[in-house]
Design a protein around this ligand. Structure first.
Ligand code: MTE
Ligand code: MO
Length: 218
């Protein structure tokens, strides 16, 4: 853990780094995308585990800002009122965490990433996105994955405000990728010309993270 922005590695963070280097949880089974709801090597849970780097930033909606920057024609900083004024979407999707738990039927409320992108006008050369959390966390996705139809910046879960432990006041959700790509306490969305590794990707996780292809480790 050399990144000065990241707090000292928690026990779980160190275990996850070791699992990545050992290829833990790989079944070697390839599912045909879309053919099975539960991706290979995953098991279902009913509760919702909490995973983070050992720090859960306390960001009030007064202080909260979301910056959209980088390769966009119209950079944008939203405060909470402006975020709430955007078209609000309700959608249900599944969570697949690389540590092998999956949770079905999460009811989200928030703003579709597509609706957000429409406001900022990505430049032609934009190809990837770096997500930044208020805790210093980063994770990368391709712009095409970020702009997936069901990808959202959410602030509600199961009819209630998203709790702080799960990334409230607002987090990203990209249902078709492993959940480490879904940045909690989202602070900035940075469009890039080329894909670059974020925190877990530097520490052995896959650049893309497709659960059905078991893209756990890079
Ligand atoms: N900002 C931030 N986002 C993050 C993380 C983090 O440590 N910080 N952890 C990731 C990982 S590894 C997972 S599995 C999920 C966990 O989300 P949850 O705690 O709501 O289950 O958040 C992802 N997003
Ligand atoms: Mo994770």
């Amino acid at each position: 853990m050399d990144d000065p922005e990241i707090p000292e590695a928690s026990k779980l963070t160190r275990s996850k780094q070791r699992w990545a280097s050992e290829g833990k949880f790989l079944t070697g089974r390839i599912a045909r995308p879309g053919s099975e709801r539960l991706p290979p090597g995953q098991h279902l849970v009913k509760d919702w585990p909490v995973l983070d780097l050992g720090r859960q930033p306390d960001v009030s909606t007064d202080r909260w800002r979301l910056e959209v920057k980088g390769l966009v024609e119209r950079p944008l900083t939203l405060d909470w009122a402006a975020f709430q004024a955007l078209p609000q979407t309700r959608a249900t999707s599944d969570i697949h965490c690389v540590t092998t738990w999956s949770r079905y039927d999460n009811e989200w409320l928030g703003v579709r990433t597509r609706d957000l992108l429409e406001l900022v006008h990505p430049r032609d050369e934009a190809a990837a996105v770096m997500l930044h959390g208020y805790d210093g966390y980063t994770t990368n996705v391709l712009l095409s994955d970020f702009a997936a139809e069901d990808a959202m910046i959410v602030h509600g879960w199961a009819g209630k405000p998203l709790t702080r432990e799960h990334g409230g006041p607002a987090r990203l959700v990209i249902p078709h990728l492993y959940f480490w790509k879904s940045a909690k306490w989202i602070a900035a969305i940075e469009l890039l010309g080329a894909d670059r590794p974020g925190f877990w990707e530097v520490n052995g996780y896959h650049m893309r993270g497709d659960p059905w292809a078991e893209e756990r480790y890079g």
